[in-house]
Write a protein that binds this ligand. Sequence first.
Ligand SMILES: *Cc1c(COP(=O)(O)O)cnc(C)c1O
Length: 636
Amino acid sequence: MNQQYKAPWSIQQAIELYGIERWGNDYFGVSDDGNLTVKTLHTSVPLMDIIKGMEERDHQMPVLLRIENILDAQIKRLNDAFANAIESAAYQASYRGVYPIKVNQQAQVVEEIAYFGARYNHGFEVGSKAEMIAALSTLEAPGSLLICNGYKDEEFIELGLQSIQLGLQCYFVIETPTELPIILERSKALGIEPLIGVRVKMTTENSGHWNTTSGDRSVFGLTTTQLINVVDDLKQKNMLHCLKLLHCHLGSQIPKIQEIRSGVVEACRFYVDLVNEGAELTHIDLGGGLAVDYSGENSSEEQSRNYSLEEYCIDIVETIKDTLDEYKIKHPTIVTESGRATVAYSSILLFNILDITTFEPSQLSPSETAQDHPSLKNMREVLNYLTPNKLQECFNDAHYYRDEIRELFKHGQLDLRSRSEGENLFLEILQKIYAQLQTLDRIPSGLEDLKDSLADIYYGNFSLFQSLPDIWAIDQLFPIMPIHRLNEEPTRQGVLADITCDCEGKIDHFIAEFDTNKTLALHPLKDNEEYYLGVFLVGAYQETLGDLHNLFGDTNIVSVRLNSDKTYDFVKEIHGDTIADVLSYVEYEPKEMELKYRNIAERAVKEGRITALQRQKIMKTFNASMQGYTYYEKEN
Ligand SMILES: *Cc1c(COP(=O)(O)O)cnc(C)c1O
C-alpha cells in the first residue's frame, strides 16, 4: 500500500482482508468496536464475550468452541435447498439426508444432529459396528434412514435388522459380494426382510484431494461384473424385491459442479439398468462430496468450490429427473451423505498467543570502532549506499558479508559479540530494503520473498497435531484470523508456530483473495492483554484424526447456544485431557507414577537433601500438575 495516501483503517478493510464474507457462509461478522461476532438469523454475539465467559468458568485456552445454532442452520439449509429444488423442478419424490458419523463422531455433535435433524427425518450413515451402536442409541425419529456401509459381519447385520423392527429404514449397502449370503442368512433366521443397497464403483473421477475414493482403483464398491452377480443371486433366491437402493460416493470435497453432474449422470445410468433388470429401486444415494469453500475463492481449486448449495441441489434434482424421465422411470427418493458441509462451520478453535519472535534489529547498531573487523565495516558500509535503485545489490552484499562473518566466527577469527553485531546490522539492512520496496511500483523478482523471510513468528497455545491434523497431513487450508482488535490495522506479518516446538508444527499457508499467502496480517501484542486467534471451519474430520504429539491432549470443548437477545448459554462443557489422562493413554499408571516419585522424594529426605516439609511441597506440585491441562496455563 502506498504510504502517502493512507486512509484510516476501517472495519470494512478487516472484513475484506480476512475474507470473512467469502468463507463465512453468513455466520460471522464484525461489530463496530472491532470484535468478530457469530451471527445467526436472529442474533449476533462477539466471540470475545464467549471467551470471557469461558475464562470465568476456568476453561483455559485452547478451546474448541461449538456453536449449536450453526449446526442447526446448516441442516436446515441443506434440507430446505433440496426441498426448493424438488419443488421448482416438479420432481415427484422427496429428499432424505443422512449424516456420515465418521466426519465427526463426538457424541455431542451426533446427538445435536439427531435432535436438529428430526424434523426432516435426517438419518445417519455408519461404516462400523461402533458407529452403528452410536446411531441406534441416538436416532429416535421413526422412518429415518440408517445407511450401513463398510464390511458387515453377522452381529452388524443383526443390529440392523432389529432396527427395522424398531421403525428405522436400515439399508445394508453391499460393498463386496461376500456380504450378501450373510445378510440373507441372518434375515431368514430372524424372520426380518432386509432392505438392500448396492454400492457401485464409479468411473467418473474428480479433481479434489480425495479423488481416490472414486474410479477403477477405488477400494469400495462392486465392479459391474460383481453387480450383475449380486442381481442374479437375488433373482435366483426370489429376493430381488429387497434391492431398493443404489449407492455411489464420488469422493469428498468435490470442487467442480461439472464433476458432480457427470457423476450423477453415471449413477442414473446404473439406476436405469438395474430397474430394467427387475430391481424395485426406490432410493438413489449420491454419497458425500458437497464441498466447503475453505479458501473463500469460489473457484474450482481443491480447497474451494465453484458452486453454491442451491446450485448443487438443483443440478442433482434436475439431472436425475431429466435422465429418468427419458426412460419413463419413477423418480426415486434422493439421498445424500453430506458430512463436511454439515459440520465444518459450527466449530472454531480458539487460542491465545504466548510469544512472538521478530526479525527486527534489536537496537540501532553501535557505531563503528577502530577495532571492528573489516567484514563488519563492509556490512556497515552497505547502509550508506542503500538507495531505491540499488536494493537488489544491497540485498546481495548483506548476505555475502553475513555469511563471511559466520565463517569467521566458526574459525575463531571473530568473537561472539561481533557476530551478534553483524547479524543485527544484517537485519537492519533487510528491514530498510523492505521499507524501500513499499515505495516501488514493481518489486524486483529476487526480492519477492523478502516479506516472508522477515515475517514474525507468533507462538500459539495449541497443537497442530491434536487440533488441526489436516494442515500437517494434507496441507489443508482453514481461515485463520484475530477475533478482536479488527478496528486496528494489523501492522505485522506473521506465521504461526504451535506449542509442540516441532518444526512441522507451524502454519505458513493462509487463505487469500487469490491463491494463498505465506504470512498472515496480525497485530502487535499489547502489554497485559491477551491476543486471541480463531481457526474456522474445523468441525469436519479434525477431531478424531488428531494425535498426542508431545502428549498434548484433547482441548477443552465448549458448546454454546446463542439467544435472540444477544446472550448465550453454555450448553455443554467438556474439560480437555489432564496430564494423567494422556499419560494413561500411552499405558502409564498415574497412581504408580506418584508412588515412585514419592519414594524418590522420601529417599532425598532420608539422605538429608530436603526436609519432610519440602517433600510435601514437591508432591503437591507433582499431583496438581498431574490433574492439570496439557497446554500452557495462565495462573489466575
Ligand atoms: C466420507 C464419506 C462421506 C462424507 O463425505 P463428505 O464429503 O464429508 O460429505 C459420505 N459417504 C461416504 C460413503 C463416505 O465414505
